[in-house]
Design a protein around this ligand. Structure first.
Ligand SMILES: [Zn+2]
Ligand SMILES: [Zn+2]
Length: 409
């Protein structure tokens, strides 16, 4: 295991990488890209990695890139991940490196993720002699709802070749950091078990019989039926879901009708479903169907329930989460690394990586220390501000986790 002495050096080495990381982050911030094709971002990160001895694989279906770094001794491979994509929204930060692309903004900090992982790769390259194994740097597009990680996994991201002498070096762990304005700069947090929720969508179409608004008995009015379903879904969550294994069902959209004197034929409701365990996730799916079908049938209406399945629960390995927290505490100070009491109800496609490998996602705070957290604009806000100093901590934690995991025995 790497001693605390060299963990201390890592923060100073991360500091040496900071100005390059800031420059790369600002370059990406000005030119954000959405979805699974982020070619400008990929070019920029590959350019920044020039000179580092990496085996680069460009993925086919997406602009995803993986880069394999080989240490001086044999050992397993650890995956470190950064997502590369931005969000379809305007930026109103007023920063002098604000987005120059209309309705596109790095509002989730993925620009900082890329810059930190590039910084960590350069830092780790200076420690080849202390690395028994390999580091697989994963740069994935399309995290914000496009399933970019799954494309890369399907293309064989984890099928890494053996070492030159034929010794197997399988990927045995995975780690990712997510920048957040919910924590102060330089603080990190994670937890064992579920850390982020599953995210699925619902669309329920109630079909009745249209007619004159003055004579409802000649119709089957879908609007009160849809309203009853909206209410009953909340009842289903509070009465059928364990409060200690929670779920959120939010109906965020209702579409029905055209004017005041017409009963329409259909009413549609749409929304999101979140859960922090796969068991509750299934209970919610079943409950939504049962409630919608039961209420529609009680009123002689037809109903179509469409559930769009998106990201699964992001589940940390308990041992690895402890290991990552311990590493971060050693680097940043024990008071800067704390255990999250609860999962966060957002979702992440790093969940797919953690379905295949033990590992952890960790949050990295980026709200300046002199700003109150409750005043800081959240991730995905058009005004979110990430303190670039957080990247020093992020680079050090990425590197520290890899170095300790791959320490020669
Ligand atoms: Zn996001
Ligand atoms: Zn994100």
């Amino acid at each position: 295991m790497t001693s605390n002495q060299s963990l201390d050096t890592l923060v100073a080495e991360a500091q040496d990488q900071l100005s390059a990381a800031v420059a790369l982050r600002r370059r990406l911030h000005q030119r954000p890209e959405i979805g699974i094709h982020n070619p400008i971002t990929t070019d920029a990160l590959l350019e920044s990695l020039e000179g580092v001895d990496l085996a680069i694989t460009r993925h086919q279906q997406t602009s995803g890139v993986s880069a394999l770094f080989t240490g001086s001794k044999p050992g397993p491979t650890i995956l470190l991940r950064a997502d590369t994509d931005a969000l379809p929204m305007p930026e109103d930060t007023g920063l002098d490196f604000a987005s120059t692309v209309t309705n596109t903004m790095h509002a989730c900090g993925h620009d900082t993720h890329v810059a930190m992982l590039v910084g960590a790769a350069k830092l780790l390259a200076n420690h080849r002699d202390e690395i028994a194994g390999r580091v697989l740097f994963m740069f994935q597009p399309g995290e914000e709802g496009y399933g970019g990680a799954e494309y890369m996994l399907d293309e064989g991201l984890l099928d890494v070749p053996a070492l030159a002498d034929g010794t197997p070096s399988p990927v045995t762990a995975a780690f990712a950091l997510h920048t957040t304005s919910a924590l102060p700069t330089g603080f990190v947090s994670t937890r064992g078990g579920s850390i982020m929720a599953s995210s699925d969508e619902l669309k329920i179409t109630v079909t009745g019989k249209g007619g004159h608004a003055s004579d409802p008995s000649k119709t089957i009015d879908p609007i009160p039926i849809a309203c009853e379903i909206v209410q009953a879904l909340q009842l289903m969550v509070t009465r059928r879901i364990d409060v200690f294994d929670p779920a959120v069902v939010t109906v965020a959209r209702i579409i029905a009708g055209t004017t005041t004197n017409v009963i329409p034929e259909t009413a549609t409701i749409e929304g999101t479903m979140r859960a922090v365990s796969e068991a509750t996730r299934k209970k919610v799916h079943d409950g939504v169907r049962r409630v919608a079908e039961g209420i529609a049938s009680a009123h002689d209406a037809q109903v179509e329930v469409e559930l769009r399945i998106n990201y699964p629960v992001t589940k940390n390995d308990t041992n690895f989460a402890d290991f990552a927290l311990d590493t971060a505490g050693g680097l940043l100070g024990a008071d800067h690394a704390f255990r999250l009491p609860n999962p966060v109800m957002g979702a992440e496609d790093f969940s797919y990586v953690l379905q295949r490998l033990p590992g952890a996602m960790m949050f990295l705070g980026a709200t300046p220390l002199d700003v109150a957290l409750d005043k800081a604009a959240p991730n995905h806000s058009n005004r979110v501000y990430f303190d670039e100093d957080c990247m020093r901590s992020g680079i050090a934690v990425h590197a520290g986790v890899a170095l300790r995991h791959l320490a020669p025995g």
